[in-house]
Design a protein around this ligand. Structure first.
Ligand SMILES: [Zn+2]
Length: 228
């Protein structure tokens, strides 16, 4: 696993050059955002040790296997650490497939059923340490994005991708169309990509691809090419 630091608070944890989780530094320790695929727990714990602080909370952007895959192993190792998941995603991760009023039918990649139950359910407007919780539906029904206002770092989950070029998820684009192809509802995903660009991030951190500084110009170009 490769680690890289970005600004004063963000460390990216990257496996196979393609999948990211993040450590966010807070006064009381580290917030882990996403858990990579299964088999990553040891490497994540080692990265936290190297960063010199304990993981004090775990938050998921969404429930796909490359984001929630090591949650159960991490929870086993960090039993007292709160696990925070969006209320909408938590229902799906609990195996409840019933859609909310107005939602299109469930499709796209399978949402993982984890043994670990969230300690708290997040809704847009909540805070996780410094991070503001923003709704980011489309890739999955309950995806969230997290904005760190200290440096305007946006952790966008799979609502944006930078692997193979900056793209708004919702319009498949080669060479890495997969986050769009496995999304639940592409028009909703594109609307989310537009909304998140409107947060005027100074740094964009995504599930797949490198961390991008001053991303709004490239985000705007990507939205235009996606017709969003
Ligand atoms: Zn995903």
């Amino acid at each position: 696993m490769k680690t890289s630091t970005h600004g004063a608070h963000l460390t990216a944890l990257t496996r196979f050059g393609a999948v990211n989780a993040f450590l966010v530094r807070e006064d009381d320790g580290l917030t882990l955002v996403d858990t990579l695929m299964s088999g990553s727990a040891k490497a994540i714990l080692a990265a936290a040790s190297a960063a010199g602080a304990p993981i004090v909370r775990i938050v998921l952007t969404h429930g796909h296997a490359d984001h929630a895959g090591s949650l159960d192993d991490l929870h086993a190792a960090l039993a007292d650490v709160p696990v925070l998941v969006s209320a909408r995603e938590a229902k799906l991760m609990d195996g409840d497939p019933v859609m909310e009023p107005g939602e299109p039918p469930l499709s796209g990649a399978r949402i993982l059923r984890t043994k670990t139950r969230p300690t708290a359910l997040l809704v847009p407007g909540d805070r996780v340490g410094s991070l503001e919780v923003h709704a980011a539906p489309g890739h999955t029904p309950g995806q969230i994005a997290l904005l760190d206002p200290r440096e305007r770092t946006l952790i966008a989950g799979d609502s944006w991708v930078t692997l193979g070029g900056v793209q708004a998820v919702g319009k498949p684009k080669w060479p890495f169309p997969f986050p769009s192809l496995v999304s639940w509802h592409r028009p909703t995903a594109l609307a989310t990509a537009r909304t998140l660009r409107g947060l005027e991030p100074a740094r964009l951190a995504v599930g797949h691809g490198r961390v991008l500084e001053q991303p709004t110009g490239e985000m705007e170009r990507a939205l235009a090419s996606a017709g969003a």
